[in-house]
Design a protein. Structure first.
Ligand SMILES: NC(=O)c1ccc[n+]([C@@H]2O[C@H](COP(=O)([O-])OP(=O)(O)OC[C@H]3O[C@@H](n4cnc5c(N)ncnc54)[C@H](O)[C@@H]3O)[C@@H](O)[C@H]2O)c1
Length: 253
């Protein structure tokens, strides 16, 4: 017979049986998240503007890819509907799609500001809004939004990108408050510089200079970000909502 202590014990971190939507799943961090979720027993709907073969290759029926622009509201309804048709429920949403632009405020164009707003901020908002009804049906749900360590303080040359990632933090906190009574948890992960196509888009000298600034002496691997996302998505984090987990090698500690 189970004792009270055993009954009340927090479940170990695992995503067995969960159904997750992961955006930006063709990117470095999104791919790692999809792989981690599949390894932990989740079924995963991978979405992106372009398809990745990697996490799908060995996943059998557990994964499916949908082409999806996160900045389009109708596209979100389609993704949720197709997820329900395929897997019958949605338990987790990870908003990992994102774009980056460099620039100080005076060099930032309206085009650049709007592009960042549409993907990083509007895309995250639309995603959260789109899954709530499906979560409600399940009486639970977990959302993890990918912000950035660049949204923890002012950083030269990151005006518009940082603003979009500060917005992700703000939306995460407010959504966590609004959705707590529905047993829906909303958290943010704040990666430091991470070895992905986005980071490798920087000039090599900048990549080395950034790595040298990090107390760990290196940038993060995508799987190190994915492990934090998986934890916050799991029932082991069942009482955590509105939190911001910095996974950044202590760069801004
Ligand atoms: N790499 C880093 O150093 C770093 C640090 C902090 C935060 N982040 C954030 O982590 C997330 C993942 O970044 P990454 O490093 O894997 O970058 P990445 O460029 O490798 O992946 C981003 C993915 O988002 C997709 N995407 C872009 N616009 C989209 C849209 N409108 N609809 C759907 N998908 C779209 C891209 O196709 C790409 O596959 C982003 O939100 C990024 O801002 C990255």
């Amino acid at each position: 017979m189970q004792t009270n202590l055993e009954k009340n014990r927090t479940k170990p971190a695992s995503l067995e049986g969960k159904v997750a939507i992961v955006t930006g799943a063709n990117g470095g961090i999104g791919t790692a998240i999809a792989q981690q979720f599949l390894a932990e027993g989740a079924s995963v709907v991978l979405t992106d503007l372009a398809q990745s073969g990697e996490p799908l290759a060995s996943s059998g029926d557990q994964a499916i890819f949908f082409k999806h622009d996160v900045s389009q509201e109708q596209a979100w309804s389609d993704v949720v509907e197709r997820t329900l048709n395929r897997f019958g429920k949605v338990d987790v949403l990870v908003n990992a799609a994102g774009i980056h632009r460099h620039g100080a405020m005076m060099d930032t164009t309206v085009e650049s500001m709007e592009a960042l707003f549409r993907v990083n901020q509007l895309g995250t908002f639309l995603g959260m809004k789109a899954v709530i009804d499906a979560f409600r049906g399940n009486r639970q749900g977990a959302i993890v939004n990918i912000s950035s360590c660049l949204a923890t303080r002012g950083v030269p040359g990151q005006f518009a990108y940082a603003a979009s990632k500060w917005a992700v933090r703000g939306m995460t906190k407010n959504a966590a408050l609004e959705l707590a009574s529905l047993n829906i948890r909303v958290n943010a992960v704040m990666p430091g510089p991470t070895d992905t196509p986005m980071f490798r888009g920087l000039p090599e000298a900048d990549q080395s200079a950034i790595a040298a600034m990090i107390p760990f002496g290196r940038v993060a691997r995508p799987d190190e970000i994915a492990a934090a996302v998986a934890f916050l998505s799991s029932e082991a984090a069942g009482y955590i909502s509105g939190a911001e987990l910095e996974v950044d090698g202590a760069v801004f500690a």
